[in-house]
Design a protein around this ligand. Structure first.
Ligand SMILES: Nc1ncnc2c1ncn2[C@@H]1O[C@H](COP(=O)(O)OP(=O)(O)OP(=O)(O)O)[C@@H](O)[C@H]1O
Ligand SMILES: [Mg+2]
Length: 238
């Protein structure tokens, strides 16, 4: 199978500090792949580099047959790679509908956009109920739903989610994870960054454990979920 996303020996630095130290992984079409690891492992740096927001200092990224080196962020979105960032970054003063419309900024098919906004409301009914409300009035979990809905508005081939469960109540986290499973069942390819290893590995076809800029362990979701070192380090067992 050809990879939708292939990352080879990727390196990213902030000044003299190398945050990503030569990582490799791939995402095949229809898969959910997760990057897990503790604070500062380089997960967000990796996603921001894939999105074109940071420049790699080494390695290769190939997405849907295109090398991504030097491609500006908006062109990467146009190629089909969407990013729901850590911390959500919704526009608090704009309405929910306006936030979703901004996710479609590269499109001009009005009817298709309207249909996809409706799809976001079907996926997250609460967003439909509050569509005219300022997004800043939503709860954290609802803002996460909006960030995911907004990323989907570009009709991505690959959806990248950075810590969608961060700061959410267990019930809200469950809802977000169920939605990721639902997206997966409709064929959406997802690269999921999570600190909640249990939740992420339960959903994932493959997972990679990152520690201080490196991938230290890779395997299928179930394999990693049952791996003793992963259970000790990330699932709070001793
Ligand atoms: N803008 C920046 N300038 C300098 N160093 C940075 C910057 N952003 C991140 N770093 C450093 O790069 C390393 C990787 O950070 P990154 O945010 O990618 O980790 P992460 O795995 O996403 O962590 P978390 O789980 O806390 O979100 C860390 O050591 C961090 O301090
Ligand atoms: Mg992060």
């Amino acid at each position: 199978m050809t990879a939708l996303l292939e990352v080879e020996d990727l390196r990213v630095s902030y000044g003299k500090i190398e945050a990503v130290k030569g990582i490799s992984f791939r995402v095949d079409e229809g898969q959910v792949v997760t990057l897990i690891g503790t604070n500062g492992a380089g997960k967000t740096t990796t996603l921001r580099t894939l999105s074109g927001l940071l420049k790699p200092t080494g390695g290769r990224i190939s997405f849907d047959g295109h090398p991504l080196a030097g491609v500006p962020a908006h062109k990467i979105v146009a190629l089909g790679l969407a990013h729901s960032p850590e911390g959500r970054h919704i526009f608090p003063r704009l309405t929910i509908t306006e936030n979703l419309q901004l996710g479609a900024f590269l499109r001009n098919d009005k009817e298709g956009i309207a249909r996809d906004i409706q799809r976001a409301y079907d996926l997250f009914p609460i967003l439909g109920e509050r569509r005219k409300q300022a997004a800043g009035t939503l709860s954290g979990g609802e803002q996460q739903m909006l960030a995911m809905g907004r990323a989907l508005m570009s009709r991505p081939k690959l959806l990248m989610l950075d810590e969608p469960s961060m700061g959410l109540s267990p019930i809200m986290m469950q809802k977000i994870m169920e939605t990721i499973a639902e997206l997966r069942s409709t064929g959406t390819t997802i690269l999921l960054v999570e600190q909640n290893a249990q939740a992420a590995l339960s959903l994932a076809d493959r997972g990679h454990v990152m520690e201080i800029g490196k991938v230290v362990l890779s395997g299928t979701g179930p394999d990693l979920l049952h791996d003793e070192s992963v259970r000790k380090a990330y699932l709070g067992e001793d």
